[in-house]
Design a protein. Structure first.
Length: 606
């Protein structure tokens, strides 16, 4: 059977996973009467909720006498650690662009990686049935993007398909609005080359993905670069320098058939498979026949740019809501994550009670924290901080990001002012469709921490912001943080409406009546710049005198402001923590005792 390996590149929400669903249906991978979830490739709960792809997935469809292995890549730059390695497994890419939004920054990130590897793209303009489609302009944008990414003449001569993933048709004719995906299958088979591999050489395989199975242990996924492998064959793992990491047997070989991983007895060069049986081999290692001593070249991975401290939850409410609260459990979980997710780096603190977790962005680390709290962990999370470097001359450098903002014309002034305050430089501004403007900035990552929520408020929820790691550049000096102070509870107990009423005049409340509080917990934002300790638990003194003039009427409170995990992490200051449990997200001061807080602030001032 002929073989083709392709990756699908698309910006978040441009319809990639929906298109793969239709490829399954039309290739006969699913039976007609089989009940299949929408967006079958987004398998993890967080992916379904957020509508984004976080983990790369492999799958395969059979069309006529060709097996097509399809890899669904994450569109977010935060998960770029996945993207770089995955592209080394495939021989061609499908670039999917929305017929209205066109080429977006995250598309640029992955496309740049694909073109650098010499892959020839197939461009699919998706959602051609949108009323606001601008197909020809979008194609011009894609061509300009390829030119700016130094594409070769061969790469610029790309085939174009016009499709609607939701309605299941693709065509070489931009005016057609019906049909099937047969033209797409034909283009893949004719345009993407078969894997160029040596079938007769000894077995070699580069690990690109790693996950765990409760029964099989470590499962290493990648493409066979040479030779073939049989179950129980002796193999060893080589690191990047060619040193032997461990020797073992291929206890299980799994191939992708539709959405399933199916055990097979033997696999050959060019196929994408998973192997179980080794305990130490990891991503970027070469698994090979024991006679082979040369490792395969692997992609370098972009450095982490942001770190957070994950600490044991030491609040007075610790251990009430979660089942995993000890530092040993947190340590094991984080090191397990760093094994399979190469873009994350974990270091243990000297006191063994906290861990510095460095990653590619707030979204990536936010997803990790959200996954852990759903598993029953309790954590104390610090404010994110960027990782600084030094250049050859010894000057301090910091990470910069390219920020592309699509915003209604009326909000452009506000957005530009706010970005200037955050030391961002505008590099481009042009009108977009439907009364919108597209503005591009080069901004230090430090200034963008916590801006997303404010940006959505400023644009009344209509703005779209996309960020992408750009470079390490000169340090931009001091960037102003949060201007307002916070309201801090001065004791433990339950919040009382009688006390919260007057506190509303002081600022915005984060808690409502009946919520459990403790000393040092942040219960709201102060309207002024300093922190204020308050008593939200004082009940009304009961007397046997009736109040005159109906003053006993029920107190009406504004609903408290509830923050999501990302908003809370972005909101806190350096002397504050987010307490994360399976049931609650609370804000607190790092030092709960007011005297310790004063001592710490005096020490900082000194």
């Amino acid at each position: 059977m002929a073989l083709r390996n392709i990756a699908i590149i698309a910006h978040v929400d441009h319809g990639k996973t929906t298109l793969v669903d239709q490829l399954f249906r039309q290739s006969g991978t699913f039976r007609d009467n089989q009940r299949v979830e929408e967006r079958a490739m987004d398998s993890n709960d967080l992916e379904k909720e957020r509508g984004i792809t976080i983990l790369a997935k492999c799958t395969s469809v059979e069309w006529e006498d060709t097996r097509i292995n399809i890899v669904d890549t994450p569109g977010h730059a935060d998960f770029g650690g996945e993207v770089e390695r995955i592209l080394s497994m495939v021989d061609g890419v499908i670039l999917l662009v929305d017929s209205s939004e066109g080429a977006m920054p995250q598309t640029k990130f992955v496309t740049g990686k694909a073109l650098a590897l010499g892959l020839r793209p197939i461009v699919v303009v998706n959602k051609v049935d949108r009323p606001d489609e601008r197909i020809q302009e979008v194609l011009d944008e894609v061509f300009d993007l390829f030119v700016s990414l130094d594409a070769t003449d061969e790469q610029l001569d790309f085939p174009v398909l016009y499709a609607s993933g939701r309605n299941g048709y693709a065509s070489l004719d931009p005016t057609l609005r019906e049909g099937t995906l047969t033209p797409m299958f034909e283009t893949i088979v004719s345009h993407v080359p078969a894997p160029s591999v040596n079938r007769d050489a000894p077995f070699q395989f580069l690990v690109t993905l790693l996950d765990r199975d409760n029964f099989l242990g470590r499962i290493l996924t990648g493409r066979i670069a040479a030779g073939s492998v049989k179950v129980n064959q002796s193999i060893h793992a080589l690191d990047v320098e060619g040193k032997v990491v461990e020797t073992g047997r291929a206890s299980k070989i799994l191939a992708f058939r539709g959405l399933e991983r199916v055990p097979v007895e033997e696999a050959h060069a060019g196929d994408i498979i998973s192997i179980a049986g080794l305990t130490e081999a990891t991503v970027a290692h070469t698994i090979a026949d024991t006679s082979v001593m040369d490792s395969l070249p692997s992609q370098p991975i972009d450095p982490p740019t942001l770190s957070m401290r994950f600490a044991v939850n030491d609040s007075p409410m610790a251990g009430r809501e979660g089942s995993k609260v000890t530092s040993r459990m947190i340590r094991d979980r984080l090191f397990r994550e760093s094994e399979s997710n190469v873009a994350i780096r974990v270091t243990e603190s000297a006191d063994k009670d906290s861990f510095e977790v460095a990653g590619r962005g707030e979204l990536q680390l936010g997803v990790l924290i959200e996954t852990m709290r759903r598993e029953g962990f309790e954590l104390g999370i610090s404010r994110p901080r960027v990782l600084f470097n030094t250049d050859e001359a010894g000057n301090r450098t910091e990470p910069y990001e390219t920020v592309v903002i699509d915003v209604d014309d009326e909000f452009t002034g506000t957005v530009i002012d706010k970005m200037n305050l955050r030391k961002a430089e505008m590099t481009d501004m042009r009108p977009s469709t439907g009364g919108k403007t597209r503005i591009t900035f080069s901004a230090p990552s430090r200034g963008l921490i916590g801006y997303h929520g404010e940006f959505l408020s400023d644009t009344r929820g209509t703005g779209i912001m996309n960020r992408l790691f750009e470079k390490y550049g000169p340090h931009k000096g001091n960037i102003e943080g949060r201007k307002n102070g916070v309201l801090i509870s001065n004791g433990a107990g339950e919040a009382v409406a009688y006390s919260l009423g007057p506190l509303e005049e002081r600022g915005i409340l984060f808690v409502g009546p009946g919520e459990a509080l403790y000393e040092g917990m942040i219960i709201g934002e102060n309207a002024k710049t300093d922190d204020l300790e308050v008593n939200p638990m004082k009940a009304k003194q009961l007397t046997n005198f009736r109040a005159s003039g109906g003053k006993d009427d029920a107190i009406r409170l504004t609903p408290p402001r509830k923050m999501s995990l990302e908003q809370a992490i972005a909101y806190i200051d350096d002397d504050e923590l987010v307490e994360v449990t399976p049931q609650n997200i609370r804000l607190r001061k790092l030092h709960l005792d007011p005297h310790e807080r004063k001592r710490a602030s005096r020490a900082k001032a000194a």
